[in-house]
Write a protein that binds this ligand. Structure first.
Ligand code: GRF
Length: 204
């Protein structure tokens, strides 16, 4: 079966959404392993509670990237599970060349804005501070930039006058939980092809 690996640093609500869609039968994939750079990530608990291999792999001493020899351990682990797709689900580190050499074109991410607006951290807060009337979320392929890879799916969320960063993030996450499993389904069923920057979805 098409096997995915998930990298997560935090509370794991996207992981939970993916697991739910595997259980429902909507997603016909196997989650090989969940790996975190944060030993206290709730995502690891969610994985274990669902019988999925959950591993903390030390990130090393850097703050925004994995130390190169640690990055190699992540890649080695994912290869051991024969993963065909790596899904970043709130993974708070930028991947570097060991990942791209091994899994080029096979890494996707969910970002809480309509890219290319508001890349980087706390995108929901950026949208409010900017005064945007709409934000949303984006599933995209990961390339070597920050939130710059080809867009697979997006969902729009209106920004309300009384939104706080928290209320907007919560409504964006409700959409994330729909489009992330859908993007994984489309890739696992080989219904997606990339033409330059454009991701074409074969609806048949
Ligand atoms: C999400 O908002 C996602 O867009 C961003 O990180 C957050 C992860 O949330 N990349 P969760 O851990 O899946 O709940």
């Amino acid at each position: 079966m098409f096997t995915i690996g998930i990298l997560a640093s935090g509370k794991g609500s996207n992981l939970a959404a993916i697991i739910n869609q595997v259980k429902s039968g909507f997603l016909k994939v196997k989650i090989g392993a969940v790996i975190s750079d944060n030993p206290g990530a709730f995502a690891l608990e969610i994985a274990r509670a669902n019988g999925i291999d959950a591993k903390y792999i030390e990130p090393g001493g850097y703050r925004t990237i994995l130390e190169p020899q640690q990055e190699e351990k992540y890649v080695k682990c994912l290869k051991e599970y024969d993963v065909e797709l790596i899904c970043l689900a709130g993974f708070m580190r930028i991947l570097k060349k060991t990942f791209f050499n091994s899994f080029r074109g096979k890494i996707i991410n969910i970002h809480p804005s309509l890219l290319p607006s508001f890349p980087g951290l706390e995108a929901w807060k950026q949208a409010i501070d900017y005064g945007a009337k709409f934000s949303g979320c984006t599933v995209h392929f990961v390339d070597q930039g920050i939130d710059t890879g080809p867009v697979i799916l997006q969902a729009v969320v209106p920004v309300m006058d009384d939104d706080t960063p928290e209320t907007l993030h919560q409504r964006i996450q409700e959409k994330e939980h729909i489009i992330y499993p859908l993007a994984i389904k489309l890739i696992s069923e080989q219904k997606i092809r990339i033409e330059g920057r454009r991701v074409i979805i074969d609806e048949n």
